[in-house]
Design a binder for this molecule. Sequence first.
Ligand code: NDP
Length: 252
Amino acid sequence: MAGMFDLTGRVALVTGGNGGIGFGMARGLAACGARIVIAGRSAEKNAAAAAELGGQTLALQAELTDPAVPAKLVEEVLAQAGRLDILVNNAGTNIRKAPHMVTDEEWMTVLDTNLTGVMRLTRAAYPALKASGHGRVINIGSMLSIFGVSFSPAYGASKGAVVQYTKSLAAAWSADGITANAILPGWIDTDLTRKARQDVPTLNDAVIARSPSKRWGDPKDFGGIAAFLASDEAAFITGTAIPVDGGFSIQG
Ligand code: NDP
């Protein structure tokens, strides 16, 4: 990764960067010279991830479903790092339920984490991203931004909306030099899907059998795409949604 893209001097805020796909992207961005700010709920996990990345990595505790937190988080980044060039909206959650079983509270938890929190943070980050001159928003969607399954109605709704929100950002902020793109992960081996594999014992092999690449994705698969989208080389790419799924979503 090092030397592939030059992000020297840029500051990247990665929500949910303390593990899983977020940490994979943080590692890729850091390898290209960006200073990383990790934001997640667990102070312990944040500190461990920051220590592993080393350098000047910052770790900030943030509950992104709290309406007041996103703006405070941006303030804190600017106070401690002085600028914000790259916003990676990665923090996400899922509650697996059939559509007729979902409670209001469960629906709001998923929507607040995956969509409303993303909107609040992105809105708060806009002045800093504009001031950067090459602001980047990278939103994490899902294969369920594209197609539907029976057991994740709130998650699918939130991730579909994230892609449309990304297009709105691209349309509105291109003139400010800000690009906005979404990454759509396939089945990736993280804490999120470990739980699903425990609940559905056949899932592990079913994913491998269906995937053209015959494997689960690894968080390391996301370092390159994050660094590329954050780089000057991707300045003319905006409003896109890029699957990173080993080909899983190409099949009907
Ligand atoms: P993980 O469960 O491993 O990581 C989720 C991260 O989000 C954690 O760092 C967690 O921090 C953070 N987070 C969750 N809720 C909040 C919150 N309310 N406030 C702040 N931080 C929060 O999941 P993945 O790495 O798998 O998922 C990352 C993204 O990728 C998500 O948006 C997910 O929907 C998406 N995705 C994942 C897929 C997969 O197969 N794994 C497939 C498609 C999309 P903490 O632990 O400190 O709470």
